[in-house]
Design a protein around this ligand. Structure first.
Ligand code: DGL
Length: 259
């Protein structure tokens, strides 16, 4: 494998762009290919078997494009399928999980909230991780419909505000002082969330940590690019690109392909 090959990323859709941004910020000279499987979004309401099959298909596509490493830019796919995916491919595969560990270190009230998809919250991986923090009260909340609204261009809708209020206020009432955004789509909700919950509540996600981990693993495999110029970026989707385009960097033209 050549160190000049691209880094691949995939998600069910728009959420993966938040991870791409962190990867690109940290390693701007790396070439990247981002796959948004919007035709099959959301993943969060599907079975473990379906999530695994879709994730496998996406990684195979990225491997066929020559990717030297793949970032699963999706908590739902990671928590349901990462072990099986790692055993199916030989390149390094990086996953993303809700940032419970940093939240458990930051909380002063020993009460954290986790907002994530149904697929993540009900996964064996996620539920087994919760047991590692017996002294922290962890309030789990499924973000029903949030991804669907973002994917359909309704990020700034009244419905979004109403749903967030419904999900978050009970967590605030239970003393949450740290909120974990456990889905890569949710960082786009941060400005809205800030208008709904008290200012002292910390909002955290795993994007930056995943980018740092990706850099470390590339280094360990001697796969960091030696290039010093800005890397190339390709965004692919399998539906009409117009909504994803509004979340993509200005100089990137999202391409619609079959995968
Ligand atoms: N962005 C994804 C995640 O991090 C998937 C959301 C979905 O498709 O339900 O969980």
């Amino acid at each position: 494998m050549k160190n000049t090959n691209p880094i691949g990323l995939f998600d069910s859709g728009i959420g993966g762009t938040t991870i791409w941004q962190e990867i690109h910020k940290l390693m701007p000279t790396e070439d990247t290919i981002f796959l948004a499987d919007q035709k099959n979004a959301p993943y969060g309401t599907q079975t473990k078997e379906a999530i695994l099959a879709l994730s496998h298909k996406n990684i195979q596509y990225l491997v066929d494009q020559g990717c030297k490493l793949v970032v699963v830019a999706c908590n739902t796919a990671t928590t349901n399928a990462i072990q099986e995916l790692r055993s199916s491919f030989t390149i390094p595969i990086i996953g993303i999980e809700p940032a419970i560990k940093p939240a458990s270190l930051l909380t002063k009230t020993s009460t954290i909230g986790v907002l994530a998809t149904k697929g993540t919250i009900t996964s064996d991986l996620f539920t087994s991780k919760l047991k590692l923090y017996p002294n922290v009260k962890i309030i789990e909340q499924i973000g029903y419909n949030l991804v669907t609204l973002i994917e359909s261009g309704q990020l700034h809708s009244q419905e979004m505000k109403d749903l967030l209020q419904l999900y978050l206020l009970p967590m605030v009432e239970q003393g949450m002082d740290t909120l974990v955004l456990g889905c890569t789509h949710y960082p786009y909700l941060t400005p809205i969330i800030k208008t709904l919950i008290p200012e002292h509540i910390l909002i955290i996600d795993s994007g930056e940590a995943v980018a740092k981990h990706t850099q470390k693993i590339l280094g360990e495999h001697h796969l960091l690019t030696p290039h010093t110029n800005k890397g190339s970026t390709v965004f692919y989707t399998n539906v009409n690109p117009s909504i994803l385009q509004t979340f993509a960097p200005e100089d990137i033209q999202v391409q619609q392909i079959e995968f």
